[in-house]
Design a protein around this ligand. Structure first.
Ligand code: AMP
Length: 290
């Protein structure tokens, strides 16, 4: 693809607002796909969905320091803006918004957004400051975008639940749209962090998907005891000596609470460390439609 045909990359929030206001002034709609870049087909599926549903699709690319804790991979997170821009163009986006850190945080924010409770369970137990960093930056992106839609992957299911709740609680004029997880042929959920996996670790990484399927099979087989289903999932993770599991959990799909007896719409979630990578994955199971 020739560079001249590629979509613009803008760096300033004021330029983003001019672009989205112009679309809305014509009666058009805008869609936002917030990302940290190093895009893959999973991200592109969100961009395509937004491009199908909106007149202008903006992909934001920002590695948000606020959502990384000390010792996490902020400094080494993979980055490739030229390739990302190409992938956004291919998928039908109209603009890339890639603000420098000083544009997003001209001063250290003392106003932050915390979606209490939802931010503390599951991932929150292992990354206690992570979701407040996410909800704060997404609230800022929504403010910069103005009214429209925003597309998030179910791959980060807890994040999607938190953003939905934040938008509702704060009456933000952005409709939050959840999109299915895009997977490699062997079931591994696509992730920018998969580049951390070595050739030996890569086949082992399917253990998350295998664990989720075993959990789903247990529910389909009639198990309604969350402890029993979690034990089935944990056993699959434990069978891979290279992987160090953080959790294998069954929760209610909306509240993220662990029910006493499994019923209705559930979410099965797993997290494990594998070499340099920390991987997460999840699937939905509807007890009424098995
Ligand atoms: P990230 O760049 O990892 O922050 O992800 C940006 C957005 O893309 C988030 O809404 C993710 O949930 C979504 N996403 C990441 N991986 C996938 C995937 N494999 N399938 C669908 N959406 C994804």
């Amino acid at each position: 693809m020739s560079a001249g045909r590629e979509i613009p990359v803008i760096l300033r929030a004021s330029e983003l607002r001019v672009a989205t206001d112009a679309v809305r002034a014509q009666g058009g709609s805008v869609g936002l796909v917030p990302t940290m870049g190093y895009l893959h087909e999973g991200h592109q599926s969100l961009v395509t969905r937004s491009a199908n549903e909106n007149d202008l699709t903006v992909v934001s690319i920002f590695v948000n320091p606020l959502q990384f804790a000390e010792g996490e991979d902020y400094g080494t997170y993979p980055r490739d803006l030229d390739r990302d821009r190409q992938m956004c163009t291919e998928a039908g986006a109209g603009l890339v918004f890639a603000p420098p850190t000083e544009e997003m945080y001209p001063q250290t924010p003392i106003t932050t957004v915390a979606v209490q409770g939802l931010n503390a369970v599951l991932e929150g137990r292992f990354r206690p400051t992570h979701f407040d960093g996410v909800s704060t930056v997404v609230a800022k992106l929504f403010a910069m975008l103005g009214p429209g839609r925003a597309y998030f992957g179910e791959k980060d299911y807890q994040q999607l639940a938190i953003i939905r709740r934040m938008a509702a609680d704060l009456s933000l004029p952005v409709e939050v749209v959840g999109c299915p997880t895009f997977r490699e042929a062997d079931g591994l959920a696509m992730s920018s962090r998969n580049v951390y996996l070595t050739a030996e670790e890569r086949p082992v990484a399917t253990v998350l998907w295998r664990s989720l399927q075993a959990g789903r099979d247990a529910v389909a087989g009639g198990s309604r005891d969350p402890g029993e289903v979690e034990a089935v999932m944990a056993a699959v993770l434990a069978a891979e000596p290279k992987a160090s599991p953080d959790y294998a959990a069954v929760v209610h799909a909306d509240t993220l609470e662990r029910p006493d007896v499994l019923a209705g719409e559930l979410r099965l979630l797993v997290a494990a460390r594998l070499g340099r990578a920390r991987l997460i994955d999840n699937i939905g199971v509807d007890c009424d439609r098995l």
